[in-house]
Design a binder for this molecule. Structure first.
Ligand SMILES: Nc1ncnc2c1ncn2[C@@H]1O[C@H](COP(=O)(O)OP(=O)(O)OP(=O)(O)O)[C@@H](O)[C@H]1O
Ligand SMILES: CC(C)(CO)[C@@H](O)C(=O)NCCC(=O)O
Ligand SMILES: [K+]
Length: 259
């Protein structure tokens, strides 16, 4: 089996995740806020340190944020490694059943590819990031799309921005289900609203799929929202990076078959 060496870079809406894979294992990872751009490049170099003896190991990059990634791509070229963008240079190895003209976020496809590579069975993948996505992969490894909704912090921010009296609130677990203060009521609404959305969508997707899928969660808010909740089978913080690793690994295996 191929054991890939790579620097995986996933540019999200708010943050960028970086991971160094040595012999197919994630040995270093870091997350940075996109705005702190110069610091990000310093930290990317730190994260790449385990790959110093693997000069041939490429950067494999994905993005759902073109403004951030176009500049970052130019800077990543400076590492002196081959640089591949998923979908442009390397196809994400997951089947798709979508509208012909559909443009799906690379993060959603990578999560699906990363999950199916390990699970090999039908799964619902929940990414609790800036936006929340809830997607269905069937038992044959085909991505069917799913649902997109505001993420938890975005829900809170939109309440603050679009009302006169609601305050700025930082996301945390509510201490009360029936909120006895404005802040507790907002936290209860968002926390149980997000969980409720996930429960409803998982049940509906299970109906559509004709089987009960595994539920896998990832993203910056997954732990806060889903920890110790039996509806979610696994929380996998590095799922998007796993998708980047399998993308390179499959491309290397295909290249080997062809030569
Ligand atoms: N230091 C932090 N800065 C910003 N958001 C954070 C931080 N720590 C946790 N979070 C939470 O992470 C969420 C964003 O998740 P994430 O980083 O997965 O989003 P993203 O940038 O959209 O990434 P992706 O598109 O890859 O999912 C926010 O809603 C926030 O509550
Ligand atoms: C839905 C988000 C914002 C989730 O990060 C991202 O995957 C994206 O911008 N997608 C493009 C549209 C789509 O996936 O249908
Ligand atoms: K996201």
């Amino acid at each position: 089996m191929t054991r890939a060496n790579l620097l995986a870079v996933s540019v999200g809406n708010t943050r960028t995740r970086v991971g160094a894979y040595v012999d197919g294992k994630l040995v270093e990872s870091a997350t940075f806020i996109n705005e702190r751009h110069t610091r990000v490049m310093d930290s990317v170099k730190d994260a790449a340190r385990p790959l110093r003896d693997h000069a041939e190991a490429p950067v494999v990059m994905s993005s759902v944020n073109p403004a951030v990634s176009s500049q970052m791509e130019t800077e990543l070229q400076g590492l002196g490694r081959p640089l591949y963008r998923v979908e442009r240079d390397l196809p994400i190895p997951i089947g798709r059943q979508l509208d012909p003209e559909a443009l799906v976020g690379e993060d959603r496809l990578l999560n699906a590819a990363g999950a199916f590579d390990v699970l090999k069975q039908a799964a619902v993948i929940v990414d609790a990031g800036t936006a929340m996505t809830v997607d269905l992969v069937d038992g044959a490894g085909t991505f069917h799309g799913g649902a997109i909704l505001p993420g938890a912090q975005l829900m809170l921010d939109s309440l603050t921005q679009r009302t006169a009296l609601l305050p700025e609130v930082e996301l945390s677990r509510p201490t009360e289900t029936v909120g006895h203060s404005t802040v507790e009521a907002m936290l209860s609404g968002v926390y149980y609203g997000q969980r409720g959305a996930v429960r409803e969508l998982v049940e509906r997707f299970a109906d559509a799929a004709g089987q009960y899928p595994l539920v896998v969660a990832t993203g910056g808010d997954a732990d806060l929202l889903f920890r110790e909740w039996d509806l979610v089978d696994r929380i996998v913080p590095d799922l998007t990076l796993m998708g980047l690793e399998v993308t390179l690994r499959v491309a290397l295996e295909r290249g080997r078959e062809e030569s």
